[in-house]
Design a protein around this ligand. Structure first.
Ligand SMILES: [Mg+2]
Length: 360
């Protein structure tokens, strides 16, 4: 059995307008429109929910917004403040996963498949993220939880603002059957119109078409629509800030000469590192040991494997590396070990049956 991934889509609610309301409490409860001023040729960047009630929405010409809602508060954007706030949001998200893909200042995907906290429940993680954002930044976010990006993003829009919605693996296919094609990832206005002419209105209609027929009408995108129609989306969360290495080191209380004591310390460190790798679904190809002798002279030794490092060979590898140093003959004050050549794996997921619906 292949266990599903756990993806969270976080979308800040009316981001620019919410930041303005937060920083100026007098705006609270009033329609707020951030973007071009009414007498300019600019457009609305963000309207808060009060302004949206009058039909104002992003990308609308500011002059048109003014006709709909002349009494709104019109504000010029303060992008430096939004960028800084966005950085703080992303910093919070990185506490919950190393795999975070920012889509814009106010939106990101997280792959939390490897997060064992919160009973391994993506739903509880999403709640904890929302709580942290409210508590630390005084802003609300909506979260969508699902087993791929396509459905996680749709889920975050279901209960906006301050929403949390979950589309479980077992419910995905049914959910997509009832989803209007205009909401499918990658289907814009033109394609939507073309589909409607062909009698394709929602997911269920797409399922009646063969992949070949879809490709015939829509080109390569047809393959994509056929996948989405089944509730499938294999796109990984692309994190830009992946770590290059993972390591640990300690300084002994007093210098050590005994080779076995040093080997045991390094094994204790590598065990911790390997556990971290497993949780994050990473493999490593290189192991490096670092030794600082009593006189502060430093040595590093490393070995790279074509196959990923595994627990079985790690002990003999570290012993082999130690033998290439002067450990055993000279006092040592510090030892450390680092793994690098990191690579993401999905195979780890298959080994651990932690990914059932009940803890989704
Ligand atoms: Mg948003």
């Amino acid at each position: 059995m292949i266990y599903p991934r756990k993806i969270i889509h976080i979308d800040m609610d009316a981001f620019y307008a919410s930041v303005e309301e937060r920083d100026n409490p007098e705006l609270k409860g009033r329609p707020v429109i951030v973007g071009g001023l009414p007498n300019s040729r600019g457009v609305v960047a963000t309207a808060n929910y009060e302004a949206r009630r009058y039909g104002v929405h992003s990308a609308m010409p500011a002059a048109q917004a003014y006709r709909l809602c002349p009494f709104a508060e019109y504000l010029r954007p303060r992008f430096d403040v939004y960028r800084e706030t966005s950085r703080q949001v992303m910093e919070i998200l990185h506490r919950f996963s190393d795999c975070v893909e920012a889509l814009s200042l106010d939106e990101a995907y997280l792959d939390v498949s490897g997060n064992m906290d919160y009973q391994g429940s993506a739903t509880l993680i999403a709640r904890a993220i929302k709580d942290a954002i409210i508590k630390e930044l005084c802003l609300t976010a909506s979260a969508g939880v699902s087993y791929n990006k396509f459905l996680a993003k749709i889920a975050s829009g279901l209960n906006k603002p301050d929403g949390l919605a979950v589309i479980r693996p077992k419910d995905g296919p049914d959910f997509v059957r009832n989803l209007p094609v205009g909401q499918f990832h990658g289907i814009g206005k033109a394609t939507e119109a073309k589909m409607k002419k062909l009698g394709i209105h929602q997911g269920a209609d797409l399922l009646n078409w063969s992949q070949n027929a879809l490709v015939l009408h829509f080109g390569k995108a047809g393959y994509w629509y056929a996948l989405l129609a089944k509730g499938e989306d294999p796109r990984p969360v692309r994190h830009h800030r992946q770590r290059q290495s993972l390591g640990h080191e300690i300084t002994f209380a007093h210098d050590i000469t005994d080779m076995e004591t040093i080997l045991e310390e390094l094994m204790r460190q590598i065990d911790k590192i390997m556990a971290k790798l497993a949780v994050r679904n990473w493999l490593a190809h290189t192991v490096t040991i670092k030794i600082k002798y009593g006189d502060f002279e430093q040595a590093t030794r490393s070995k790279t494997f074509r196959q990923a490092l595994n627990q079985k060979h790690i002990r003999s590898t570290i012993r082999e590396l130690l033998q290439k140093t002067k450990v055993g003959n000279r006092p040592v004050r510090l030892v450390g070990v680092t793994v690098s050549g990191l690579e993401e794996t999905s195979a780890m997921l298959l080994q651990t049956p932690l990914w059932q619906d009940r803890i989704f």
